[in-house]
Design a protein around this ligand. Structure first.
Ligand SMILES: [Zn+2]
Ligand SMILES: [Zn+2]
Length: 183
């Protein structure tokens, strides 16, 4: 759905607050002794996010009812503010990343949800930048922009936004197709 700027950009206020909250929860109870589990969880959360981002885009955004309609509108009008209201999507990230681990290892859960939120924020910044910022060859965002523009032309390729790693793992970079086309 087209959404207003408040809902589109709302996460940039909500996510730093949530990060402060989860770091506070981790360190308030156990002090610095919480650091190894929190940092391990945070790094795992970032890695898990990059995979989730790839898989959600490839499956749900391109094939699930309603979400795929929404996403195809983004493909047709890439500069419009279209998406799920940001508080809803960050709320879903928190519930999915936090709840399963909380009962077993709360400090690790604080870390993993923090990592997932950092990954989600990176996804939003990079995706917004590929469509709205001037990104020149040599800029650090240029590879991400090239990958995402390729996805807008070939919507069965290049699903990763923050990283192209999972496209290489699952063979959706398009390089194999290009090689075959040349034979
Ligand atoms: Zn896009
Ligand atoms: Zn897409």
């Amino acid at each position: 759905m087209p959404i207003n700027k408040f809902l589109y950009f709302g996460d940039f206020f909500a996510i730093p607050l949530a990060l402060a909250l989860f770091a506070g929860l981790a360190f308030a109870t156990r002090g610095l002794a919480a650091a190894p589990a929190y940092v391990t969880g945070l790094l795992a959360g970032v890695v898990i996010w990059t995979f989730a981002e790839y898989w959600i885009h490839r499956t749900f955004y391109h094939h699930a009812p309603w979400l795929s309609d929404l996403h195809h509108r983004h493909h047709e009008t890439p500069q419009a503010y279209i998406g799920v209201p940001s508080f809803l999507s960050s709320g879903i990230v928190i519930v999915i990343a936090y709840t399963p681990f909380y009962a077993v290892w709360p400090v690790f859960a604080d870390g993993i949800v923090s990592g997932a939120l950092i990954g989600y924020a990176a996804y939003m910044v990079v995706h917004h930048a590929t469509h709205h910022w001037t990104v020149a060859p040599g800029d650090w965002l240029y590879p991400a922009r090239v990958r995402h523009m390729a996805h807008h032309y070939h919507d069965d390729l290049q699903f990763g936004i923050v990283t192209g790693f999972w496209d290489r793992v699952f063979g959706t970079t398009g390089r194999r197709r290009n090689r075959l086309a040349r034979v």
